[in-house]
Ligand binder design. Structure first.
Ligand code: ZN
Length: 271
């Protein structure tokens, strides 16, 4: 799965873009139809604004919607990481700002759900007995071990009620009996993985939001990039455990190729 299309950031600029488009076209020829079939190109400016080292990856002259140059076929996913009661205010592992993130993600969905071909949400979902592979500890170090949280079937594992879930198209659960930070370790009810869901829908681009910046958002974002999507972190829609570790996580994601933008910039005029 990974490596199905070559990393867009590894190849030379034109080669990378061309091979990506080739991969998308190949998928279309195989019969996959990108939901919405949009021909958009709207993240070039975001990458530039963030000071991304990949600025210029998509020269403006080539990225047009008027058909005089190639039209980029894009399907964007929204990745919503672990917006659950145990990670928001009042939860077992409460992250300050978690409730605000839940509300703000709901606002984003109210305004822009239609801009996403796939809306994928994850939940940490641990076994009630055992320590889930050392993930739970009565004396947690808050690095590799944690207080009991997100036990399947408990209120703590539910989505925060401030998150409006109607528009979510796919739900994955992770961490059954094991530590699992990335949503890409999770599976949907039918056993498909997050990566398989993105591939099946021809997802080329993704925005990531949720909790916690320095743990599950970080791990999920890095895996999304490894999967081959252009990733944007909506920095006002994430909340982290530690200030310093969250900044480090954002820097790591940017270094790996993510654009860091605010949600207000995500759908602005860019062409
Ligand atoms: Zn966990």
């Amino acid at each position: 799965m990974h490596g199905q299309h070559s990393g867009p950031y590894e190849a030379g600029r034109k080669t990378g873009v061309a091979s990506r488009q080739g991969a998308v076209m190949a998928r279309l020829q195989e019969g996959f139809s990108a939901p919405g079939g949009r021909t958009l190109a709207n993240d070039g400016n975001a990458a530039s604004a963030s000071g991304s080292p990949f600025k210029g990856n998509k020269p403006r002259g080539q990225v047009k919607c008027d058909g005089t140059a190639y039209a980029r076929i894009m399907t964007r996913a929204l990745l919503i990481v672990d917006v659950q009661n145990d990670f928001t205010e009042g939860g077992a592992l409460a992250v300050a700002g978690g409730d605000a993130v839940a509300s703000a993600v709901s606002q984003l969905l109210a305004e822009h759900a239609d801009d996403y071909g796939v809306i994928l949400a994850s939940r940490d979902w641990h076994d009630g007995d055992g320590d889930n592979g050392g993930h739970f500890s009565p004396a947690p170090d808050y690095v590799d071990s944690w207080p009991v949280h997100c036990v399947e079937g408990t209120v703590g594992a539910d989505y925060d009620p401030l998150l409006v879930t109607d528009a979510i198209t796919h739900h994955v659960r992770k961490g059954q009996g094991i530590p699992a930070y990335s949503m890409f370790e999770g599976t949907a009810e039918d056993g498909t993985t997050a990566g398989e869901i993105l591939s099946a829908h021809g997802v080329t681009d993704a925005d990531i939001v949720g909790i916690a910046t320095d743990h599950c958002v970080r791990a999920s974002g890095l895996d999304a990039i490894a999967h081959g999507v252009h990733l944007r972190v909506l920095t006002d829609l994430v909340a982290g455990v530690g200030e310093e570790s969250s900044q480090a996580a954002l820097a790591e994601l940017a270094h790996a190729g993510a654009a860091l933008i605010e949600s207000a910039e995500a759908f602005g005029s860019t062409v």
